[in-house]
Design a protein around this ligand. Structure first.
Ligand code: ZN
Length: 194
């Protein structure tokens, strides 16, 4: 997918100027060459089919209860000794903030006169419609935060321990988010031109 770079000093004109290119907000931390490959895929109108081919399924973890069980199964396997998890839910109010794929919070509550901290994981509602691989990636990411606060080497090592394909999946998930934002809503899709 190599493409020749635009000559230095050239100016966007005509149609290109009227259609500013999306900034690929979900891919900001990846190298420019990789971002260019993604842009080429988008320009060729092939990102959707590429994703569809690679990730054809939607997972079956469709309720909060199933999500909790799914998460606990992974936690018991890899992080049995870390802090208890009081709640795992899909959150319809959670917007995908750039570079934050989910949230993990410690909720402090007063119980019987004592302040108790509980860990909760919230997964953005839109991941209900995701491929099973992407759901696992998100849950692995948030579980790793039970032990590692920052996105540092130790954090990613733990992610890769739980899901060996973690890095590829995080990249592909960001492609999926990019594609979702570019795709017109089904109802708004234009009819075939005559
Ligand atoms: Zn994180």
């Amino acid at each position: 997918m190599a493409s020749s770079p635009r000559p230095a000093g050239s100016v966007d004109t005509g149609a290109a100027a009227l259609q500013p290119r999306p900034a690929l907000p979900y891919l900001g931390s990846y190298p420019p060459a990789l971002r260019q490959q993604v842009q080429d895929l988008i320009d060729a109108g092939r990102l959707g089919s590429w994703l569809q081919q690679r990730y054809p399924q939607v997972h079956t973890v469709q309720t909060d209860r199933l999500l909790y069980e799914y998460t606990m199964e992974l936690k018991d396997r890899y992080l049995r000794s870390s802090v208890p998890l009081s709640k795992v839910v899909y959150d319809p109010k959670l917007h995908i903030i750039r570079n934050a794929l989910g949230t993990h919070t410690t909720v402090a509550r007063v119980q019987g006169g004592k302040l108790k901290a509980k860990r909760e994981i919230r997964v953005a509602q839109l991941f209900r419609q995701a491929a099973p691989e992407f759901l696992k990636m998100i849950v692995v990411h948030e579980l790793a935060h039970l032990r590692e606060r920052e996105h540092d080497k130790a954090f990613y090592a733990l992610c890769a321990h739980m899901e060996p394909d973690y890095h590829q999946l995080e990249f592909d998930l960001r492609l999926w988010l990019t594609w979702r934002e570019l795709a017109p809503a089904p109802a708004a899709a234009p009819a075939h031109p005559a």
